[in-house]
Design a protein around this ligand. Structure first.
Ligand code: AVI
Length: 324
């Protein structure tokens, strides 16, 4: 199951009040608003997590494979920013695939702390890393990485290196992304290093295709939130009368995903009825894109000093080393 199923993504400051709502409360809140919206965190039930895994393999969805290629190529240089006997703290560990590349390249690392909301998932992943990389101590921390949490006491005296791959930071509103980086700094402590994957602004056709693939997997991923409301909240959404829409909003530097109603209709969910006009949409996700400079400025405003950046040959994706 993909990581993000368990990783709670806040969606924007506007939506912050919704962070502690139940799914049902959230749906009633978001669908009563104008324009209608839902938090992207609700994509990631078991079916949605499986669809996200499929997205990462799509020919159009370049971020995962591009970031992996950057890590594979430059992990040795990244290791140069990792102090002796440090602890690597991964925020919202999905698959340990990316962390393993860093760990293999940085034998000076003493401890790996994957942080995820599901203790069960973490225990399984930790066991696999211990089996494959026996020289590193693995200390999983079951926590919501978007909130304050305590690092394991055993790493208190170690230098800390945060790791936040996948451009998940792009699913935060920029103010929340800065707040996340500030909070990560507080958790990791003075002198910490942070390695962050960030998707870059590029040709709009490439961006649009990545979020509206020919095989329709991203469409199924988006529509799954309607299916999830039907399954879990007694909803009666007719999936055939909504369509997936994804487009790059150049003014706001973000991909927006929406579910568009193909006709005037009403749907009932969580005991409430909602009206949809023809072409009305539910805004389901933002995925912000940065330039190297705009991300460095954001990190700087959050108290981090940009140290190094690695990109692929097409400048599609970037991996940043930051220091507190
Ligand atoms: C998880 N996150 C970084 C993905 C992204 O690219 O924003 C989620 C996604 N949404 C549609 N495709 C992928």
């Amino acid at each position: 199951m993909a990581a993000l199923a368990r990783s709670v993504l806040r969606y924007s400051a506007r939506h912050e009040a919704a962070a502690s709502e139940s799914f049902a409360e959230h749906v009633v809140h978001g669908l009563s608003d104008s324009p209608k919206w839902l938090s992207a965190k609700y994509f990631y039930d078991v079916a949605g997590s499986d669809l996200f895994e499929q997205i990462t393999e799509l020919p159009e969805y370049y971020p995962t494979r591009t970031e992996l290629s950057i890590l594979n190529r430059y992990a040795g240089e990244m290791a140069g920013y990792i102090p002796l006997s440090a602890a690597l703290v991964e925020f919202g560990t999905g698959s340990t695939k990316k962390a393993r590349i860093l760990i293999e390249a940085a034998p000076q690392l003493a401890t790996y702390v994957p942080v995820d909301i599901s203790a069960e998932f973490l225990a399984r992943e930790a066991a696999a890393v211990r089996r494959d990389i026996p020289w590193i101590a693995v200390l999983p921390a079951a926590a919501d990485f978007t909130r304050d949490f305590d690092l394991p006491a055993q790493i208190r005296s170690r230098p800390r290196v945060g790791f936040f791959p996948g451009s998940t930071i792009g699913n935060f509103e920029p103010d929340d992304a800065a707040e996340f980086l500030r909070q990560a700094g507080r958790i990791l402590g003075a002198g910490a290093t942070m390695i962050v994957g960030v998707d870059l602004i590029k040709d709009e056709a490439v961006l649009n295709a990545a979020y509206d693939d020919a095989a329709g997997v991203t469409a199924r991923f988006n529509l799954n939130v309607l299916a999830r409301m039907n399954r879990e909240l007694g909803g009666d959404f007719d999936l055939a009368s909504f369509r997936h829409r994804a487009f790059y909003n150049a003014a706001n530097h973000r991909i927006e995903m929406h579910l568009e109603s193909l006709k005037a209709q009403s749907a009932t969910v969580a005991g409430h009825s909602f009206e949809f006009g023809k072409s009305e949409t539910i805004h389901t996700e933002n995925s912000y894109k940065y330039t190297v400079e705009s991300f460095r400025a954001l990190a700087g405003a959050a108290g981090w000093r940009p140290m190094a950046v690695w990109t692929d040959e097409s400048d599609y994706f970037s991996v940043h080393a930051l220091k507190l």
